[in-house]
Every structure is written in structure tokens, then in C-alpha cells.
Design a protein around this ligand. Structure first.
Ligand SMILES: [Zn+2]
Length: 321
């Protein structure tokens, strides 16, 4: 959404908020369902989908989660872990391990079993580059945070996998082959965080290549400056359509009290993130979750996510969510 003036923005935002309650419901989750949540970083699984995950597990459906990165490139978190302005490379790996541990704790809160958790271990802040500039193994990406060019985590799906797009796509196919999902929840290519856009593109292209795109629904966590508003724990309020999601084909998934409480506990399990942005984290716990049938609006300016008009714009939020 491009606003020529503040009042235009206000009208568009008000209209998006008013329409949220009118969206059709996401189809009910059945006991036979196999849900796969695709998370760019630890915490995204809870922020986007914690309520649906809890609900799915309570009706007896299978749920698996795949994390593309371990969130090991978030400098503010690394500074907290290391207690230094300039964290050493090892501190980022330590942060990645810590955040993966928090992701496991959040999954446990949501009753997702350990054997349904998949950590790919690719570089935080590098996924878009892997899919475009570093797709082939001959030119792997080097993380400016950890200094590594391959997956270093011994708990990853494939330790030693090269930081390139080809390896990433292969590992993602492996997870899909193992989980055999009937419903995939992935980030939208409209999200302002480049790892999220890249993960959305990865899921979109991969599911399309498998002829299973109709099983995919898309969510947004970084929806534009200040969203969700208010930045507070308000589980009584519906989640409004984010500025970046206007024009998408939204469906709503209402959360009962149990699902909202479970989602809050799962979000809170991400202790390192809560230390630096608790209010933002809790503001994602609302009365509904929103999922879109399409990864972006028909008239999106981000058809090719790189370059995207928002890449260096004021809407790009410098957070590690
Ligand atoms: Zn994220």
C-alpha cells in the first residue's frame, strides 16, 4: 500500500480493519489433517499460527514445524546473550542454539511432538540471497554474522549442507516428503522481512512444482509499521488486515480461550525475543488468525521480491522476529 498522504493511509487502514470480521472462515481442521508450519525464524511459528496449531492438536490432527533459520543473525539478541556491543561470531551460533531450544519449548506448549520439528539451519538474513544470487553450490553464501558457509548445527536436518539455494530447496522437499502435509502455512511474499518474503517464495514455488499449491495458506507477521495496533496484549480484539496485506484473499481462523492462552504461552517461551520486544510479541495474540489463499495481492508491486520497493523503505522493520 502506498500512501500519498497521512489521511489516505488512515482511511485505508480503517477500511482494512472494518472488513476483517467479514472474511470467510478457513476450512475446519480435521483429525486426518497433517499441518506443516513453515517458519523463517524461531518465534514465527507461534506468532503466526500458535492458535491454529493448538486447535489442530486438540482435534487430533498431526502438526509439524520447519524452521528455515535459527535466527542467529539478530544483533540485539546476540548483544543480550554476549553482553557486548560487538558480539563475536561464536555468540551468534550460541544464539541460534538458544533460539532453537526456545522453539522446541514453544512447540511443546502447543503439543507438537519432538519428532515433528525440523531445523534446516540456513543463514538468518540470507535466504533471499540464497534463492537469487547464491543459488548454485559453486557460489555459497557466507553469513556476515557467523562467518559460516554451511549448516553448522548438529541437530539440523542436514548438517554440512551448503548455504546455497539448491541445497535449501532439496532440504525443503525432504521435509515435505516426510510430513506429507494436507495444509501448509507459510509467510506471504508481502511481509516486510526479507527472510519471510524469501521463505514465502520458496514455499510458493516448491508447492507449485509439486502440484500442491492449493494446500497452502499464507500469513504475515511483519505487516507494516505499527501493526498489529495497539501494540499490547489484547486477545479480545480481532487481528486486523496488515497494511501490506490489503487486497489479499483472507480467511479467518477464530481462536477459543484455550487456543489464545496456549498461543500466549508459546510466544512467551521465546525468552530471548521477549527480553527485547515483549509488547510486540504479545500483540500478535488476538481473537483470530488470518490466512490468505494467495501469497500476495493480484496487483502486488513485489512480483519479483528482489528488488522490492519496500526493501530499503521506511516500512522495513529492523527486528528479528
Ligand atoms: Zn521471523
Amino acid at each position: 500500500m502506498r500512501c500519498q498522504a497521512a489521511w489516505v493511509c488512515l482511511i485505508l487502514l480503517a477500511s482494512a480493519a472494518a472488513n476483517a470480521a467479514e472474511f470467510p472462515a478457513l476450512r475446519p481442521i480435521q483429525p486426518s489433517d497433517s499441518v506443516l508450519v513453515v517458519a523463517p525464524h524461531p518465534d514465527d511459528e507461534s506468532l503466526c499460527c500458535g492458535g491454529l496449531i493448538d486447535t489442530a492438536r486438540r482435534v487430533g490432527a498431526s502438526v509439524a514445524i520447519v524452521w528455515v533459520t535459527n535466527g542467529d543473525g539478530f544483533r540485539w539478541d546476540a548483544m543480550v546473550v554476549e553482553h557486548k556491543i560487538r558480539p563475536r561470531a561464536g555468540a551468534y551460533i550460541e544464539l541460534g542454539r538458544k533460539r532453537a531450544g526456545e522453539a522446541k519449548a514453544a512447540a511443546s506448549v502447543l503439543s507438537v511432538p519432538p519428532d515433528s520439528l525440523f531445523f534446516l539451519g540456513y543463514p538468518d538474513r540470507g535466504i533471499l540471497s540464497l534463492l537469487f544470487d547464491h543459488y548454485f553450490p559453486a557460489t555459497p553464501w557466507r553469513s556476515k554474522f557467523t562467518g559460516d558457509q554451511s549448516v553448522v548445527y548438529d541437530f539440523a536436518v542436514r548438517e554440512g549442507a551448503s548455504y546455497d539455494g539448491e541445497d535449501l530447496v532439496r532440504d525443503f522437499h525432504d521435509v515435505l516428503d516426510r510430513v506429507k502435509p494436507t495444509l501448509v502455512l507459510a509467510p506471504s511474499t508481502q511481509d516486510t522481512h526479507p527472510d519471510h518474503r524469501a521463505t514465502g517464495l520458496l514455499t510458493w514455488r516448491t508447492m507449485q512444482s509439486r502440484g500442491e499449491l492449493d494446500k497452502t495458506r499464507f500469513w504475515i507477521v511483519h505487516g507494516g509499521h505499527g501493526w498489529p495496533r495497539p501494540r499490547a496484549y489484547r486477545p479480545d480484539l480481532p487481528l486486523t488486515v496488515p497494511p501490506r496485506g490489503v487486497g489479499m484473499d483472507w480467511e479467518q481462523f477464530p481462536l477459543d480461550e484455550s487456543a489464545r492462552e496456549a498461543k500466549l504461552r508459546a510466544v512467551s517461551a521465546h525468552a530471548t525475543q521477549m527480553k527485547v520486544m515483549a509488547r510486540v510479541m504479545r500483540s500478535h495474540v488476538r481473537a483470530v488468525e488470518l490466512y490468505s489463499r494467495t501469497p500476495q495481492p493480484a496487483d502486488s508491486l513485489c512480483d519479483d521480491p528482489k528488488p522490492c520497493e519496500f526493501e530499503n523503505g521506511t516500512l522495513m522493520e529492523e527486528s528479528g522476529l
